[in-house]
Design a binder for this molecule. Structure first.
Ligand code: SF4
Length: 113
């Protein structure tokens, strides 16, 4: 999950972890949350199974990044908002609208800062 510099700072305050314990900066300069080596899930997800349907709780829910808040809405190659095929719960969400695309494009700009 990509996160902004501001969101990383908020997660440092919230979790007490150093930034390199929960995210990395890729070759594209964008920060992304790390996955736990054992569960293969986000380091902030409290779960003890690597099963993608295993129950889990976000330990930073109130301060979770915007990309988490807006998921499973994502942008496709043409910057149109769609529901992510990888999410097993898309049937529970309304179809993506232009408003989703605008907010996700705004997030993309912030990720590069
Ligand atoms: S909602 Fe929480 S557990 Fe899920 S990816 Fe975001 S920070 Fe990680």
């Amino acid at each position: 999950m990509p996160i902004t510099k501001t969101e990383a700072r908020r997660l440092i305050r919230r979790s007490g972890l150093a930034e390199d314990k929960f995210c990395y900066i890729g070759d594209d300069g964008i920060r992304r949350l790390l996955n736990n080596e054992e569960t293969k899930a986000c380091v902030f997800l409290a779960t003890n199974s690597s099963d993608k349907f295993a129950p889990g709780i976000c330990t930073v829910y109130d301060g979770r990044p915007y990309g988490c808040q807006s998921y499973p809405y994502v942008l496709d190659e043409s910057d149109k908002a769609v529901l992510d095929d990888l999410c097993p719960h898309t049937a529970e969400f309304d179809a993506a609208e232009e408003e989703h695309a605008i907010k996700l494009l705004e997030l993309e700009e912030k990720l590069k800062q």
